[in-house]
Write a protein that binds this ligand. Structure first.
Ligand code: AMP
Ligand code: ZN
Ligand code: FE
Ligand code: FE
Length: 293
């Protein structure tokens, strides 16, 4: 199985990068992308773990970038996956740092609003849960769960943490066209993440998706747990029509979401196309033969 979207403790997943790699291999995923929010912080540990594996395994290094799209007076938040870009490319690196910094102030503002409304959590608790990873709403959700306010992180998102909640505070996001250009300049492959995950808020329409081809978009995440089957069918058609790579992935977050590794997958053909488009960095492969010898 090929799964190209997974989170770790470097952002809002609950597996460490080492646990993610081992769990993926145990689940029968032979090619995995690590795609934490706005950071490459988990890459090093993931590489070291792949080197120790005794099964064939390919690690695709990536990041999920927080982006914004503007058209006709409407702002839409969205996520853009970037695969195999050079992590030292300066403009993109600086922007990742600014986005992580903004996640801190914004996370604290959401917690302040929840505390003012009487919810028994604290910013320090959220910082501890995040453990140095890029702070996100799932960490606040876990604090709410520990406080007995909700039964699960998903429950917390239903009201308190949703983008329509009175406690919601936005964070820094990159204009998506700029993010696409910077990923391409860094030799990476930009793929729109879960474009039609409708329950998260406003989504890009077909015209907006088409408009991202000119700045350099290379793929669309077609199969995703938050996509309805009719939407998957239409996205697959659109992706083929536009000559883009179609991917499928679980968006695994460990215990902070209910999806399993390999729950959605990418075809071998799509993976080959994606790899052929990348010029930034190489996939990292385990070498089980060397272990045996
Ligand atoms: P943030 O990055 O802080 O804006 O939080 C968004 C993150 O929360 C995304 O990575 C999603 O994967 C996660 N998320 C969004 N909706 C839900 C949900 N209903 N249940 C659990 N996690 C969610
Ligand atoms: Zn996440
Ligand atoms: Fe996402
Ligand atoms: Fe994600």
């Amino acid at each position: 199985m090929i799964d190209l979207h997974a989170h770790t403790t470097a952002s809002d997943g609950s597996d460490t990068p080492a646990e993610l790699i081992r769990n993926a291999a145990a689940a029968g995923v032979h090619t995995l992308a690590i795609t934490d929010h706005d950071t490459t912080g988990g890459w090093g540990e993931a590489i070291n773990t792949v080197a120790e594996l005794e099964v064939p395994f390919t690690l695709i290094r990536g990041t999920e970038f927080s982006c914004i799209h503007y058209s006709d007076g409407v702002w839409i938040s969205l996520h853009l996956l970037g695969y195999l870009f050079d992590p030292e490319a300066e403009a993109l690196k600086a922007e990742r740092a600014r986005m992580r910094e903004s996640r801190l102030g914004r996370g604290e503002a959401i917690v302040d609003a929840l505390v003012a409304a009487g919810y028994p959590i604290s910013w320090q608790q959220v910082v501890d849960i995040a453990g140095g990873g890029a702070v996100g709403r799932p960490h606040i959700g876990q604090a709410l769960m520990q406080a007995g306010v909700v039964d699960s992180v998903t429950d917390a998102f239903a009201h308190l943490l949703s983008s329509s909640s009175p406690y919601y505070v936005p964070k820094r996001e990159m204009p998506v066209q700029l993010a696409i250009e910077l990923i391409r300049q860094a030799g990476g492959v930009p793929v729109i993440a879960h474009p039609w995950a409708r329950k998260r808020g406003r989504i890009l329409d077909e015209a907006a998706l088409r408009s991202l081809v000119a700045p350099g978009l290379l793929g669309i995440e077609v199969d995703h747990p938050d996509h309805a089957s009719a939407d998957r069918a239409r996205l697959a058609e659109l992706s083929a029509e536009l000559g883009l790579v179609s991917t499928g992935s679980s968006d695994y977050h460990g215990t902070r979401k209910s999806v399993r590794l390999g729950e959605e997958t990418t075809s071998a053909r799509s993976l080959q196309r994606l790899l052929s488009l990348a010029t930034g960095i190489d996939p990292v492969r385990s070498d089980p033969a060397a272990e045996a010898g």
